[in-house]
Write a protein that binds this ligand. Sequence first.
Ligand code: BDR
Ligand code: CA
Length: 313
Amino acid sequence: MKPRPIIIDTDPSPDDAVTFLVALASPAELEVLAVTTVAGNVPLPLTSKNALKALELAGRTETRVFAGASAPLMRRLVTAEHVHGRTGFDGYDLPDPVTPLAPGFAPEVIVDLVMCREPGEVTLCCLAPLTNIALALAKEPRLAGHLREIVLMGGSFSEGGNVTPAAEFNIYVDPEAAAKVLDCGAPITMIPLDCTHQALNTQARLDKLRAVGTPLTEAFYHLLKFNKMFDEQKYGWEGGPLHDPTVVAYLLAPHLFSGRKANIVVECASSLTLGMTVVDWWSVTERKPNVQLLRNIDAHGYFDLVIDRLSRL
Ligand code: BDR
Ligand code: CA
């Protein structure tokens, strides 16, 4: 079978970078058409720089990185330096990248890369606020109908929020963009906190990663350990959630996940619950299911997969 073409839209902190590296380590299954960056965890110049740093570390500089939106559609940017540090990549010093960004504005590049393929070919893997995707959908109304699928890490069902009591970070930063994406009509799979909070990066799992013994796994050992420290203090858990690689893990090994289709709407008006993903799990409304919501993950299988793929780079 031909590898599945994907575009990875991302705001690199380390879990984002692990995601596109796992994808690049899986050429039999996945063809990475581009990495597109957006403002999120840190401002756009830093998310773009971190993407390039990670690709240089992996020796995969042929992968093109396109920068996109530097701010949400309608709101001021909210960032997460308190989690990932000032650079978004605190915990390990990687050299400044020498590879330049590819020319082009990410939302336009997404449109071009999808529309030049057959309908139903390209999957968007979304690891960040959905600004670039909303802009792409606005630029090309046929885009949604041309996609194979959108798989996104974001939102929350019964787990509560990680940035407000009600909202998960990626949705909270640009709720209007998220609302537009969830409403676009393309097949959508959403991996919320309910799932990623089961996928804890424990010290034992980090040690397993480090034991691979490559410069890449050594760097990510330290980068992920920095994140883990913040999460452990915040949640009181042994380990921090490894959020974004669930997106690519789902493409590679869907049997690790379970969930069901439901209607999901994003709250964009209430100041108290802004960015909440309101899930009609029990079909108590007439609203049609628009999203496949993944609620459970086999965490052991997930970490085995991620570590195995990273060891191939
Ligand atoms: C999301 O927020 C970011 O900090 C992570 O990379 C992930 O995409 C989790 O809420
Ligand atoms: Ca992210």
